[in-house]
Design a protein around this ligand. Structure first.
Ligand code: AVI
Length: 325
């Protein structure tokens, strides 16, 4: 990287993050910036790819686990809070079954994406107009702050679906789960979607779909920098590359320049030089074993109640409880 100094005080959070990520000797961009309007569309396409098994696996679990979840709730009235609701389609499988079983609960989805939340509001209003519903737009912790700490009088079931926790390193993930615990009372439950360690070929295929949706999704980040920060990346000169390390369980995505690139980003007043094949690291999708999940429950202050899995054993929605101590 070469470039002139720029002050970061007036930059947007996206610009600041791009500046600090691309200034490192091993350049990186945070995958949380994948999800602009185009990125959301591309992610929907990934979720429909036959190779991307995660979505179907979790839908299967949600379809089959309502009674086990209600068993743990033991007839209490509860708030079902969903972190990162997206289009809420998987959760509707659960709502349908909870209502059929006579459960008493409110549904409170949280998401950054206001458009996705209004779609969820519309669907819920049409299908279950009597269901108590509150959509909260914001990041997880802003929204949890708004809901406040659990009083304990009304049980909480927090859903953290989609293996979103996998987009953080195990250390960061533990810190996030610990922080969620701060909003819960003894007896409250957290259901987190973890993608499991499995045949590396299955994992690599999920992040390397032949139709190229994953490549387009990752490369969209370069387009986004061009659109929003006045960059001149030439995405055709970059290649999506995926690796999976079966020992650590880390699947990682990189963007690689096929030849030397000089990229000027106007909003940052910087020119970055990338050598041919000098990787920009863009995403981690961490895979876990059941034992590692249990260790993480322990490290973040929960007891692991049970693992709900799909029939192939590809995915686990692991149910944790806040112990009464
Ligand atoms: C959102 N997240 C859990 C996805 C994953 O599997 O890591 C994002 C994704 N990246 C490439 N394909 C899907």
């Amino acid at each position: 990287m070469t470039g002139s100094a720029t002050t970061s005080t007036t930059l947007s959070p996206f610009a600041r993050d791009v500046l600090s990520g691309l200034s490192q000797s091993n350049p990186q961009l945070n995958s949380k910036w994948f999800y602009d309007e185009r990125g959301n569309v591309l992610f929907q396409q990934i979720m429909q790819c036959p190779e991307y098994y995660l979505t179907d696996a979790e839908a299967e679990i949600y379809r089959n686990s309502a009674s086990e979840l209600l068993e743990e709730i033991q007839g209490a009235t509860f708030d079902m809070i969903e972190l990162g609701a997206g289009d809420g389609s998987k959760t509707q499988l659960l709502i349908e079954r909870f209502l059929a079983a006579g459960a008493r609960f409110a549904y409170r989805p949280i998401d950054l994406n206001a458009a996705a939340l209004s779609e969820v509001r519309e669907i819920i209003g049409l299908r279950w107009p009597a269901l108590e519903f509150q959509a909260i737009q914001g990041d997880y912790f802003e929204a949890l702050d708004r809901l406040g700490r659990s009083s304990g009088s009304r049980r909480r079931l927090v859903l953290f679906p989609g293996a979103n926790i996998g987009n953080f390193s195990p250390g960061e993930a533990t810190a996030i789960l610990q922080r969620i615990r701060g909003f819960l009372a003894p007896g409250d439950l957290l259901l987190t979607g973890f993608d499991l360690k499995k045949d590396p070929a299955v994992i690599l295929a999920a992040y390397n779909d032949p139709a190229g949706h994953t490549a387009a999704f990752n490369l969209n980040l370069l387009h986004r920098i061009n659109r929003e920060l006045g960059g001149n990346f030439q995405p055709d000169n970059w290649r999506h590359w995926e690796t999976y390390d079966p020992a650590s369980g880390a699947a990682r995505s990189y963007l690689l320049p096929t030849k030397k690139q000089e990229v000027t980003i106007t909003a940052l007043e910087q020119t970055f030089t990338f050598r041919a094949w000098q990787a920009i690291s863009v995403e981690i999708s961490q895979k876990y074993s059941l034992r590692e999940i249990e260790g993480m429950a322990d490290a973040s202050g929960y007891e692991c109640v049970r693992h709900l899995q799909d029939r192939r054993g590809y995915f686990s929605d692991s149910l944790w409880r806040v112990p009464s101590r």
